[in-house]
Design a protein around this ligand. Structure first.
Ligand code: AMP
Ligand code: MG
Length: 334
């Protein structure tokens, strides 16, 4: 008999549900994104969106998977890191489902899930991972039982940096187009590299000073928007490439995995690819459906953990807003 896990993702602006089998077959992966009318993500408004769409997204996932709630063996949910109100909404839905169905609940670390779905959906087995999204910027690799953080942002995430710049510049999005993709479109037409603060401290990166500098150049109006987007991309992508390269050289891993929403960027892909090639490492980029926040990654990581005896009793299922990647013992990786 096939066993199934339903996973709920709600760390930020997306409410997503995925269903996988215990053997790693993905049967459903549905994402409902909260799109603010203006400005950035307001945590409580996003949480309200999640509560509103939850039952429809769950129903649709079960329908896509062709199973009934009683066929589920476990419920997994993203327990952190993320925005409090959003996480709590997902956790409440997960607890309700698990207790109603009388099945185990498994709390999953969102960052671990991004890596595990990468290993499931691409050829990589033991990569250096560059995870760049709206909320995270992390260079990591497995060592001694955990995914260690080799480098990360000291302030805002790379995706957030691109988004805020695009908003400040009033860049026009076509329907459903993320701001990062708009910056990419403008950058493709840029030619002149304008110096911007390049901040790598040890293995960590800082994007906020650079963002402020880019915005003040923008407001001065002396440069073409295309050149500013081009320069912004070249600078921030060089920073993450440098840190990823040093992690690769240090760990001597043979694969590089690029994931998170920003992984869709062709310029970033080409920089990481050529860096990996110089080190004779294989380069893999996650397909977009599984690079962005999704429920399948939570379901699959829930399965991996559950097989190693991890369950999260309701009384321990409180969300962890700042749950770090390396705090998780990944028992299933040797
Ligand atoms: P996530 O947080 O994983 O859902 O990813 C969302 C982030 O990815 C946002 O900051 C987007 O602007 C960014 N993003 C999406 N597409 C692209 C792209 N083509 N280039 C750069 N950033 C992108
Ligand atoms: Mg993410």
């Amino acid at each position: 008999m096939e066993l199934y896990c339903l996973g709920i993702e709600s760390t930020a602006d997306d409410f997503a549900v995925g269903i996988t089998t215990f053997n790693g077959k993905i049967l459903a992966n549905i994402i409902s994104a909260y799109v603010p009318m203006e400005g950035g993500i307001h945590p409580r408004k996003a949480a309200r969106h999640h509560a509103r769409v939850a039952s429809r997204v769950i129903e649709e996932s079960l329908k896509n998977a062709g199973i009934k709630p009683r066929n589920l063996s476990i419920i997994a949910f993203s327990q952190g890191p993320g925005l409090g109100p959003c996480l709590r909404t997902g956790a409440t839905v997960a607890r309700t489902l698990a207790s109603y169905l009388g099945i185990p609940l498994v709390g999953v670390n969102h960052c671990v899930a991004h890596i595990e779905i990468g290993k499931l959906k691409t050829d990589v087995e033991d990569p250096v991972t560059l995870y760049v999204s709206g909320g995270n910027t992390i260079v990591s690799a497995f060592d001694s039982g955990r995914y260690r953080v080799f480098g990360e942002t000291l302030d805002i995430a790379l995706g957030n940096c691109l988004d805020v710049f695009a908003r400040e510049a009033g860049l026009h999005q076509s329907v459903g187009e993320p701001f990062g993709a708009v910056v990419e479109r403008y950058a493709a037409k840029g030619k002149r590299l304008i110096p911007l603060p390049y901040t790598v401290k040890g293995m960590d990166m800082s994007f906020s000073g650079l963002l402020t500098a880019a915005i003040s150049l923008l407001k001065r109006g002396e440069h073409k928007l295309e050149d500013l987007c081009y320069s912004l991309q070249e600078t921030v992508f060089s920073m993450v490439t440098e840190v990823t390269e040093r992690a690769l050289a240090h760990t001597e891993k043979e694969e590089v995995l690029l994931t998170g929403g920003v992984a869709a960027n062709k310029r970033l892909q080409s920089m990481i690819r050529s860096m990996a090639e110089e080190h004779d490492a294989e380069f893999c980029v996650m397909p977009k459906e599984f690079a962005v926040d999704n429920g399948a990654m939570i379901a699959w990581t829930g399965v991996l953990a559950y097989k190693y005896g991890v369950v999260t009793p309701i009384e321990e299922s409180v969300v962890k807003l700042k749950w770090r990647l390396e705090e998780v013992e990944v028992l299933w990786v040797k």
